[in-house]
Every structure is written in structure tokens, then in C-alpha cells.
Ligand binder design. Structure first.
Ligand code: COA
Length: 254
């Protein structure tokens, strides 16, 4: 039987070798540039790449509290995730900044397992920007707490209300600078976008759109359409099963 091992590291524990392996995983598995990327980025169809130094500076910056989790299957790196913590109005945010699973190990729960490792006491809000519906499904399951089917019961209202405040406080520039799009932010938006960001990240969407079509056959997908250069935006409040109503902390924004 194969052996899956998850490990979690604070930024200071992440070695150069681990980052080199993370760079290879990303470069071979993340995705390719889309057509519209042509003027600004490398050739459409070429792999989106990151070196270990950029991984360190963008995903484990000195000015932020960051965490790295990885899973090995029979000793091989099969997936990893980076996350960053910050506070807004005394609430602690945990934002997933990268999530990649090796193609050979997908659709067997590793993304959800990685995100489970990011869960910790004291976090009030979890967030993620991703073009891949599977990343959102995995996050909804890992962070959504009590409700097993949490993407179906996702509360969009709080995303519309608090996303800007949460994201503007981020030490990660692409989160801070992402433009909020969709009708949770603008009731007049009839484009089909619901909870999205325009991140200007023109990764090819063929694979995420195939996944979206498949997911939409199964469920009423709550985050809307996916446009080029855009990503879905998911923000979830941590649920605390063990707290009684009288001792639970007030909700964000209250
Ligand atoms: C997105 C990604 C991390 C998902 O990894 P994974 O290990 O396959 O995900 P999981 O097995 O944990 O699946 C999570 C959910 O998504 C569903 N799912 C996974 N891949 C899917 C696909 N291609 N189409 C439809 N649903 C899919 C799973 O069935 C599961 O849902 P369920 O729990 O309701 O059954 C992986 O596809 C990947 O690395 N993609 C490229 C990089 C990327 O887009 N990362 C996200 C940016 S943050």
C-alpha cells in the first residue's frame, strides 16, 4: 500500500532543497500561458515557471507569516501549498497563495489533504484565489467545517462585504492588487461573474473550464463564470465546532 505523508513547515524551516523541489513541481504541473498572455509573458502554450528564489520572495516573504505544506507519496513530492497569515481588525486571515498537485496524483484528495494541514486554531478567515474549480472545492471542504457539502451552502454575502478590507491588508502584492469582479461586488454586473478577481494572470483556462463544465453538471456552482485573466475568489469563515454560542467570537465585521 502506498504511503502518503503530509508535513507542515514554518517559513524559516523551508530549505533551499525543498524550494528547488517545489519549483520543479510547479514548473511541470501548474499550467501553461494562455493566448492573451502573448504581449506580456512568454509564448502561449509555454509552461508557467517559477524559480526557487522567486518562490522564496513571493510565497515566503520576510514581511509576512507564511506556512508551507507538502505531501509525499512513497517518498515522491506529490503536491504542496503555500499560505500566508495576516490580521484585519483583530481577525486572523490564512490565505492560500499556491496549491499544486502533480498530474499523476490528482483527483484522489491530495489538494484537500494539503489544505487540511493549513487549518489551525486561531484562524478566523480562509481565502483563496484560483482559476481551478477543484482548488475551490478542496478549500470549501477543508475549511468549510461542519457542512460537508460546503460549496453548495457557501455564503456569498460576506465575500461581497468584506473581501476588499481583507485583501487590501494583505502583505502579498498580487492579493492586495487583485481587482474584485462579479455581482457579489456589483449588483449591476450581469456578465456571469459572481465572485471573481481580475488578477491579470493569463494562465490557459482550458483545463479549469473543463473542470468547471463537469462540476456544473453535478452542482449549482456558486462562484459564477471564469474569464481570461480572472480567478475565482473564495473566502470562508472558520467554523468552531467546540465553542458554545456564548463564548464564540463575533463574526467578521460585527
Ligand atoms: C487544483 C488542483 C490542486 C486539485 O488537486 P487534486 O489533488 O486533484 O484535488 P482533490 O483530489 O483534493 O479534489 C478536490 C475536489 O475537486 C474535484 N476535482 C478534482 N479535479 C477535478 C477536475 N479535473 N474536474 C472536476 N472536479 C475535480 C474532486 O472530485 C474533489 O471534489 P469532491 O471532494 O467533491 O469529490 C490540481 O488540479 C492542480 O494542481 N491544478 C493545477 C494548478 C492549479 O490550478 N492550482 C490552483 C491554483 S491556487
Amino acid at each position: 500500500m502506498e504511503e502518503q505523508i503530509y508535513k507542515r513547515y514554518d517559513a524559516g524551516q523551508v530549505t533551499e532543497t525543498m524550494l528547488q523541489e517545489a519549483a520543479v513541481l510547479f514548473n511541470e504541473n501548474y499550467g501553461v500561458w494562455g493566448e492573451q498572455a502573448a504581449s506580456k509573458f512568454p509564448k502561449p502554450g509555454s509552461r508557467v515557471r517559477l524559480g526557487k528564489d522567486r518562490l522564496r520572495s513571493q510565497y515566503l516573504p520576510d514581511n509576512a507569516t507564511c506556512v508551507y505544506v507538502r505531501v509525499t507519496v512513497d517518498g515522491q513530492l506529490a503536491g504542496n501549498a503555500f499560505a500566508c497569515h495576516w490580521t484585519v481588525k483583530d481577525k486572523t486571515v490564512c490565505w492560500v497563495t499556491q496549491l499544486v498537485v502533480d498530474r499523476n496524483y490528482r483527483e484522489r484528495g491530495l489538494a484537500k489533504g494539503l489544505l487540511n494541514q493549513l487549518k489551525q486554531n486561531g484562524v478566523d478567515i480562509y481565502g483563496l484565489m484560483s482559476s481551478h474549480p477543484a482548488a475551490c472545492l478542496a478549500a470549501a471542504k477543508a475549511f468549510g467545517g461542519k457542512t460537508i457539502d460546503s460549496i453548495r451552502t457557501l455564503q456569498l454575502g460576506p465575500i461581497g462585504k468584506y473581501a476588499e478590507e481583507i485583501m487590501k491588508a494583505s502583505p502579498i502584492s498580487y492579493v492586495k492588487d487583485a481587482k474584485l469582479r462579479g455581482n457579489v461586488f456589483d449588483p449591476d454586473d450581469t456578465s456571469g461573474l459572481v465572485s471573481s478577481v481580475d488578477s491579470g494572470f493569463f494562465v490557459d483556462h482550458i483545463e479549469p473550464l473543463e473542470a468547471l463544465a463537469w462540476v456544473r453538471e453535478e452542482i449549482d456552482w456558486p462562484l459564477g463564470d471564469l474569464f481570461d485573466g480572472h480567478e475565482f475568489l473564495l473566502i470562508l469563515e472558520a467554523r468552531r465546532r467546540s465553542q458554545s454560542r456564548s463564548t464564540s467570537r463575533p463574526k467578521f465585521g460585527s
